[in-house]
Write a protein that binds this ligand. Structure first.
Ligand SMILES: *Cc1c(COP(=O)(O)O)cnc(C)c1O
Length: 344
């Protein structure tokens, strides 16, 4: 497969915006090139458009080359950049699983790109054949998510690899919850799977949702096309600085991930025999999807008690399901006590 064939013509032709700071890469004494304010502060200069320091540290941690990374203002921005790089509005089509994260659908709608849904099977695993069946040259991008949101499970690794290898286009694998997973990331497969883009984020396990920072890993050819349409200053300087602090403090992230997983398992143990709880779906993430009796009343009861959870009951395969994010131990205890009270 040639990547070039998949890229929108307008993107191939595009001459990207070249920022003042991008044309000169050395260290000067006087900067009079970007119409910035000369009065020194933490933020009077434009941020590094190439996110060089951040890229170097994260590439090292992931065992990748720096030209295999691109950062976005959250993974949300990267999803949009990917769709706009490959999909011609009103012509091309993306495919995604259901149920899953709703941003793929929203981005397709914003860009007037066609949508096709492939249902996951009854235990929310991947149907390999259905994913790759009836693909045409207009089917440019397939979105997969593992561990999946809102179901919490990881998709079977062998099936994932079969789908990626069998799809004649771009596959985006969203690994927003990978730090919580018992299974490995597919980052190590990027060398072999040339059509694969992996998304990760600072918003979940890394504790940086307010920073707005997502990252895509792929091969340099794909990354270069994405870079062409990236807004030059999409990641602000404060975010770049704070993200470096997070990456330098891996022990703290690991400790928090372990706490969340322990809390998740404890909550499963405490809920599984409760009357009213019909099914707790296996989770590799920092949340639980639970099918429960009178889910709407439980939802409203919790709101009355000032706890907000997510009603996912309208999503495909998620009838009567609520999604609970794992919080601090005292928050989870409060949730558990209230669920017990509701069903007693
Ligand atoms: C939360 C989440 C994200 C994160 O998006 P950001 O824009 O990086 O905050 C991405 N994908 C999935 C599936 C998510 O659940």
């Amino acid at each position: 497969m040639t990547i070039e064939k998949l890229v929108r013509d307008s993107v191939k032709r595009l001459k990207p915006f070249s920022s003042a700071r991008a044309e000169y890469t050395g260290n000067a004494e006087v900067y009079l090139d970007a119409n910035e304010s000369p009065f020194e502060s933490d933020y009077n200069r434009y941020p590094d458009p190439h996110h060089k320091e951040l890229k170097k540290v994260l590439a090292d941690q992931q065992g990748l080359q720096e030209d295999q990374l691109i950062f976005g203002n959250g993974s949300d921005e990267l999803i949009d950049i990917i769709v706009r790089t490959f999909c011609q509005p009103r012509v091309d089509i993306i495919r995604y699983i259901a149920p899953t994260f709703s941003m793929y659908e929203v981005v397709a709608d914003i860009n007037e790109v066609g949508k096709e849904i492939v249902a996951l099977d009854h235990d929310f695993n991947l149907n390999v054949y259905a994913c790759i069946d009836r693909q045409t040259p207009k089917h440019k991008v397939l979105f997969l998510c593992s561990p999946n949101n809102p179901t919490g499970n990881s998709l079977d690794k062998d099936r994932l690899i079969h789908v990626i290898a069998g799809w004649d286009g771009i596959v985006v694998l969203d690994e927003a919850y990978i730090e919580f997973s018992s299974g490995p990331s597919l980052v190590s497969k990027l060398k072999k799977l040339k059509n694969l883009i992996i998304l990760q984020t600072f918003s979940k396990a890394k504790g940086g949702a307010g920073l707005r920072l997502g990252v895509a890993y792929s091969n340099p050819e794909i990354i270069n096309y994405l870079k062409k349409i990236k807004p030059p200053y999409n990641v602000n300087s404060n975010t770049q600085k704070r993200a470096l602090e997070i990456l330098a403090n891996k022990d703290l992230v690991d400790k928090h991930v372990k706490m969340i997983i322990d809390e998740r398992e404890a909550l499963v143990d405490n809920l599984k025999d409760l009357r009213g709880i019909e099914k707790i779906f296996p989770s590799d993430a920092n949340f639980l999807l639970i099918r429960c009796h009178n889910h709407k009343s439980l939802y409203n009861f919790l709101i009355q008690k000032r706890i907000i959870v997510r009603d996912r009951s309208k999503m495909s395969g998620c009838k009567n399901c609520l999604r609970f994010t794992i919080g601090l131990p005292e928050e989870n205890s409060k949730l558990l006590a209230l669920i017990k009270e509701f069903y007693s």
